[in-house]
Design a protein around this ligand. Structure first.
Ligand code: AMP
Length: 209
């Protein structure tokens, strides 16, 4: 199954993807996570995108599409994938249609108030990328990942100024994809407001799993 996860930052796309890969056994491809690894490795890509990502803006379409096209050419994704955070613009969606056709687009339906509450408390493991929350989902030991022992930190783009920018960018550039995919009959809405177990259950129902 080839799925696109579409929704604002903080909607829980990454958290659900981490669960969904066990249900449908396909790789999880997060463009944000690929960029964060490149930044951590100080690779040429990482050095180019760091300031853009920290400010909450989008990396340019050409570089992002190239990255995804190369990733989707690999053997492990031929039967399916979860694309998390891509496409984020109409231009990216049109480019994607030229090299891979998704079966469904899962639209994470969530109000801004819930998104802000989640992002302001979000913490992430620097090593394995698992998400935590300072109130709803704390690691057992502060700053230490339960799963891998990595450092749990605040993403630079989860700071207030960048969050505001990311929501604005989402509304202007990414939200139009909802109608774009709805018109193609690919969109499946999932209520992303409940906690993780509720969202997993909504996702299973929406996809008939
Ligand atoms: P995410 O982890 O999906 O919230 O992505 C973090 C940041 O990476 C975004 O705010 C963008 O700066 C960048 N990014 C991730 N995916 C894309 C994309 N499809 N197009 C452009 N920039 C992206």
């Amino acid at each position: 199954m080839k799925l696109i996860f579409l929704g604002p930052p903080g909607a829980g796309k990454g958290t659900l993807a981490a669960r969904a890969v066990d249900l449908i056994t396909v790789p999880h491809i997060s463009t944000g996570a690929i960029f964060r690894s490149a930044i951590a490795a100080k690779s040429p890509l990482g050095l180019t995108v760091k300031a853009i990502i920290d400010s909450g803006k989008l990396v340019d379409d050409e570089a992002t599409v190239k990255l995804v096209r190369e990733r989707l050419a690999q053997q492990d994704v031929q039967k399916g994938y979860i694309l998390d955070g891509f496409p984020r613009t109409i231009a990216q969606a049109e480019a994607l249609a030229g090299f891979s056709k998704a079966d469904k687009v899962v639209n994470f339906d969530i109000p801004d108030t819930a998104v802000l509450e989640r992002l302001s408390g979000r913490r992430v493991c620097r090593q394995c990328g698992i998400n935590y929350h300072i109130i709803f989902n704390k690691p057992q030991k502060e700053y230490v990942c339960d799963a891998c022992g990595g450092e749990v930190y605040v993403r630079d783009d989860d700071r207030e100024e960048a969050v505001r920018k990311r929501l604005e960018v989402y509304r202007e550039q990414t939200a139009p994809l909802i109608d774009f995919y709805r018109r193609q009959g690919l969109l499946v809405d999932v209520d992303a407001q409940p906690g993780t177990e509720g969202v997993v259950s909504n996702f299973k129902k929406a996809l008939g799993i």
